[in-house]
Write a protein that binds this ligand. Structure first.
Ligand SMILES: Cc1ncc(COP(=O)(O)O)c(C=O)c1O
Length: 399
């Protein structure tokens, strides 16, 4: 018996059973559906991509996995070298794990221990954003801010280790002024807060965050699990404002295998690098640096570069803007577009109940949540397929 995610099992409607997937399409026994959410925003190249398949098959001939404790291998070495070159600034030190949540946990542990290693034991607090979502493990729930997902934490009362602020410069400045000597890091989903409601905010906020972190010696951590690899219309938001620690997941492997990476800059790495064994980062997920995941991640980055994915994303944004132009409905509070993400926020979540089945009947797979009807399509989508996704969203309100 399968226990499905985010579902009241007693009320859950039967999931669509997928028998095949190729390109942007999911196939059930009797239907062909465009996946408008890229399997939770990860499948940027679409399904069953021949080059990605081949990368895994080739590595599989050698071995699928060996642990990184005391061992290493070519795919993990090559991926780390590639990320060092490809990522901005001195984000050079890659710590792998099996999911985005764990990679955020690792970032938070790094930030805390960075200061503990220096004897700055008062820096126990994390600054985070209202409406943040960083995963479903315990510490990521604590730094997250979403009652709808993580109300179970109410059992513990308010955390004294996390402060949440809105994406407003004045609020950020006030908190830094008051708490700067207790903060170890400021953790954000940069520019686009995904699961918290596809909320979009300004780069100016992040530039000011960088200045304040520099001024007060606080580490800046970008959770780009959702925003990385082009989703905001930037390759990484880290290309615009450089964090001290960057977290990548989801599209890292082109959505093929669960894998993530926490990338530290020189300063953070140096905070652990000395003669004292107790200053080591005591972490080691069993499947970190999995050889199949690293092989497919390398190929995914190669395709991303070779086929100029940034121009594909710009095209998606342009078509989306054109299609959504002039659309309005009294039930829709706002239509937000950024890069490869479009979201219709409605006033009342009841008015999008039934949308999933409606979309299914039009040949589109969608998974609205709360008040948000959104699309994050695979970047390989063709213009007419994208138009179909967007017109299905509009048609729900026009019917
Ligand atoms: C910004 C962000 N961080 C972390 C996570 C958690 O990643 P995972 O589901 O791989 O644990 C997610 C997942 O949606 C996310 O959107």
């Amino acid at each position: 018996m399968i226990w499905y995610p985010y579902e009241q099992m007693k009320l859950m409607k039967k999931p669509y059973k997928i028998v095949n997937a190729e390109g942007v399409y999911l196939y059930t026994e009797d239907r062909k559906l465009i996946d408008s959410v890229s399997s939770w925003w990860s499948v940027i190249h679409g399904y069953s991509h021949p080059e990605l398949n081949a990368a895994i098959e080739e590595q599989l001939q050698k071995f699928a996995h060996v642990m990184l404790g005391g061992l290493t291998h070519e795919p993990v070495e090559r991926l780390s070298e590639k990320l060092k070159q490809w990522l901005p600034g001195d984000l050079d030190y890659c710590f792998y794990s099996d999911s985005g949540s764990v990679a955020v946990e690792v970032a938070l542990k790094m930030a805390l221990q960075f200061f503990m290693n220096r004897g700055e034991t008062k820096r126990t607090k994390v600054l985070a954003l209202e409406h943040a979502y960083h995963g479903d493990t315990f510490k990521t729930m604590e730094v997250g801010d979403d009652e709808d997902y993580h109300f179970v934490l109410n059992a513990y009362g308010k955390s004294k280790h996390v402060i949440h602020i809105p994406t407003k410069v004045e609020a950020m400045e006030a908190i830094f002024a008051e708490y700067h000597d207790q903060l170890n890091c400021f953790l954000v989903e940069p520019l686009l807060q995904g699961a918290g409601g596809m909320r979009m905010y300004n780069i100016g906020f992040l530039k000011r965050a960088r200045e304040l972190c520099d001024q007060y010696g606080v580490l800046l951590v970008f959770d780009e699990v959702a925003t990385g690899f082009g989703r905001t219309g930037n390759r990484f938001v880290s290309d615009l404002v450089l964090p001290d620690i960057l977290v990548l997941g989801k599209a890292l492997t082109g959505g093929y295998l669960g894998h993530a990476v926490t990338v530290a800059n020189q300063k953070v790495y140096d905070g652990f690098y000395d003669e004292d064994p107790s200053h080591a980062l005591m972490h080691g997920p069993t499947f970190m640096g999995n050889a199949l995941a690293c092989s497919v991640a390398l190929k995914s980055i190669e395709i991303f570069e070779k086929q100029d994915y940034m121009s594909k994303i710009r095209r998606i944004e342009e078509i989306t803007g054109r299609e959504m132009k002039g659309f309005s409905d009294p039930r829709v509070k706002e239509v937000r577009i950024m890069g490869g993400c479009v979201c219709m926020e409605v006033y009342d979540s009841q008015c999008i109940k039934g949308y999933q089945q409606f979309a299914y009947e039009q040949g589109v797979f969608s998974r609205p949540f709360l008040n948000y009807l959104y699309a994050m399509v695979p970047y390989i989508i063709q213009e007419e397929e994208l138009i179909k996704v967007l017109r299905t969203m509009k048609a729900w309100f026009l019917k």
